[in-house]
Design a protein around this ligand. Structure first.
Ligand code: UTP
Length: 224
């Protein structure tokens, strides 16, 4: 069975949108019967609001990251609730625990691991550890653009690019708790070294998400 890591951006994990979460859960559950699925949940608005509040209160970057990690884990639990029995209920905190869970569940869902990284980095490391056939990055942007499409009208979506192109695009973005870029430079370097393809798409487009997970057609960018 193929192994696929899916990074679900916090931007599409809205705890108020039950109908989408239900559909997302069903899509992942169905896909998990055809490939071995490893899912990493992002922090999204939960992490952003807690990190912003903690920063106002003078918390250190490390402490903010720890809050962010807990936000990713609460989102992982929400995803597990949406997927159901086939997913583990409690997010593992290490890759060795992920491997253990994978023996008992069809689908393993986790959040962040340690301070100083993002869930992109976690998803890339996980893909390397489980020797994934591909890594799917599902956020709220339908691919990699030459610039931020939400800010620049002349931004262009690219259908395919190399790992080096992605690294060039993402470099200079590593840093403080809570930034949002399409895929961070740490993660980009890991998948380049491991030779793993990255498929970037809008996770709200569930048919595209399903296609990318199963190695079929999808709308987005392929990095290889
Ligand atoms: P995310 O990577 O989810 O950030 O982690 P995000 O900006 O919400 O990205 P998307 O939209 O989900 O893709 C949220 C925060 O949690 C901390 C960092 O502070 C990060 O900004 N974190 C997360 C860690 O410190 N370590 C981790 O392994 C994961």
């Amino acid at each position: 069975m193929e192994r696929v890591v899916v990074s679900i951006g916090g931007s599409i994990l809205d705890y108020e949108d039950i109908s989408f979460l239900r559909d997302l859960g069903r899509t992942l559950r169905d896909a998990g019967r055809k490939v071995k699925l490893f899912i990493v949940a992002g922090g999204g608005k939960v992490s952003r609001s807690y990190i912003a509040a903690g920063r106002e209160l003078g918390a250190s970057e490390r402490y903010l990251d720890l809050m962010g990690i807990r936000a990713t884990r609460i989102n992982a639990m929400l995803l597990s609730a949406a997927i159901g029995e086939e997913a583990n209920p409690f997010p593992p905190a290490s890759y060795s625990h992920v491997i253990q869970e994978a023996k008992e569940r069809r689908i393993v869902v986790m959040g962040g691991t340690r301070p100083g990284r993002t869930t992109d980095g976690v998803a890339a490391r996980l893909a390397q550890k489980v020797d994934a056939d591909r890594l799917v990055n599902a956020s709220n942007v339908d691919g990699v653009y030459t610039k931020d499409p939400r800010r620049f009208q002349d931004a262009r979506r690219v259908a395919s690019m190399t790992h080096d192109d992605l690294i060039a695009l993402s470099s200079g973005t590593a840093g403080k708790a809570g930034p949002t870029v399409i895929f961070d430079t740490v993660g980009a370097r890991i998948i380049k070294k491991a030779g793993i393809a990255l498929l970037v798409l809008d996770g709200r487009d569930l048919s595209s998400l399903r296609g990318a997970i199963l190695g079929k057609r999808f709308k987005g960018t392929k990095v290889s």
